[in-house]
Design a protein around this ligand. Structure first.
Ligand code: NAD
Length: 357
């Protein structure tokens, strides 16, 4: 099969880590007889430098025509003092809006070889951690009516949480579909004891659960979920939640896996190409020094294979190669403990690619 993948390497360590993900995708193509056509596109600081805008029209047009988009990271101190409309982040928000990406998937998995990097006690993570947070990305309180007004006790400020049945149903569907390909368990997190928007959230989720026999479904209040994530994270498979709760819980969940350089993400829209990127930024402090961990971007490429191209076997092969490489003791600087000589970004990519079969 042939696939078109848009590449946004971006700034800082972006080009280094995307380069390694491309190496891994090319090897995957060779092993499984696929051809990936890559198109390099500008976005972020490098686009500002070359074209004067963080998100060139051509980037949006080509992304929309591609099967999927793989992004490194954008931004850096060089562009920090520019006005808001010219900042690299504007490119990021713009491409997410243009692709209508309403679902953000963030897997958090503790690799056995990295057990020591987990901040939880051995007993807590003994049964393993392998969960995905599915966060609603374009609704809720971040997009609701907000403002300030004069009240009896001085100035007041308000933000509003608003969700429609349609918005809840489409994110619910993503979570249930995902659970079917994993351990068949969905936990929906809300605050239905207090919030009306959460009560509608729960009603719609119950409706979807009723249509999904075979999926073990649970509701959980967000305060309890925050506690359960550090008490017994192994109980979770797929977590589905609103924009605000997902923002907070996905950071909490990601912390249990060790380094920020390990964590991939996928953002999905309706009938448009998905966008895949590591959760970290452009790490200007280590850019150009061959020190960046490429694993988060390589695992993002695995998510791309699975979710946008439907290549499950190939995605698993990439994930298995990452796991084997870590088990063989190879570590980039962020993961190397005392007495462990770190490998470079490129060496890590080569080691992972050669284990794909
Ligand atoms: P960051 O994630 O870039 O870096 C935080 C720390 O983690 C740094 O010490 C960095 O060296 C380290 N780190 C990050 N990724 C790593 C990797 N793959 N391997 C090894 N170490 C890694 O966050 P920051 O320093 O707050 O932001 C730097 C720039 O990135 C800013 O301009 C910010 O706006 C931008 N940013 C972009 C995105 C994105 O493109 N999606 C996301 C977050 C931040």
């Amino acid at each position: 099969m042939e696939y078109n993948i848009a590449l946004i390497r971006g700034d800082g360590i972006g080009p280094e880590i995307v380069g390694e993900a491309v190496r891994v995708l090319e090897k995957t193509g060779e092993v499984f007889s696929h051809r990936f056509h890559f198109t390099d596109l500008l976005m972020g600081g490098c686009a500002i430098d070359r074209i004067g805008t963080p998100l060139p029209d051509e980037t949006v047009e080509i992304c929309l025509k591609s099967d999927a988009v793989l992004l490194g990271a954008v931004g850096g101190p060089k562009w920090d003092s520019l006005p808001g409309h010219l900042r690299p982040e504007k490119g990021l928000l713009g491409i997410r809006a243009a692709l209508g990406l309403y679902a953000n998937l963030r897997p958090a998995r503790l690799y056995p070889a990295l057990k020591d990097a987990c901040p939880l006690k051995d007993g807590v993570c003994a049964s393993g951690i392998d969960l995905v947070v599915v966060r609603e990305l374009t609704g809720g309180i971040y997009f609701g009516v907000r403002g300030r007004r004069q009240g009896k006790n001085g100035q007041e400020a308000f933000d509003t949480e608003c969700y429609s049945e349609k918005e809840i149903a489409r994110i619910g569907k993503i979570a249930f579909d995902l659970a079917r390909s994993r351990r068949a368990k969905v936990t929906s997190i809300d605050k239905a004891n207090v919030l009306e928007s959460s009560r509608l959230w729960r009603e719609v989720m119950h409706g979807i659960a009723g249509q999904n026999a075979g999926i073990d479904y649970t509701d959980m209040l967000v305060d309890n979920a925050a506690m359960q994530l550090v008490r017994d994270p192994s109980q979770f498979d797929v977590i589905v939640t609103s924009n605000l709760f997902g923002d907070i819980l996905s950071d909490e969940a990601s912390m249990v896996t060790g380094s920020i350089g390990m964590l991939p993400s996928a953002s999905l829209g309706e009938g448009r190409p998905g966008l895949y990127e590591p959760i970290h930024g452009s790490a200007p402090d280590i850019a150009g020094r061959g020190m960046a961990n490429p694993v988060a971007t390589i695992l993002s490429a695995a998510m791309l294979l699975r979710s946008s191209l439907g290549l499950e076997k190939e995605a698993r092969a990439v994930e298995a190669a990452v796991e084997e490489t870590l088990a063989a003791g190879l570590r980039t600087a962020d993961l190397a403990g005392p007495g462990c000589a770190p490998v470079s970004t490129g060496e890590m990519g080569v080691e992972i690619a050669r284990r794909i079969r």
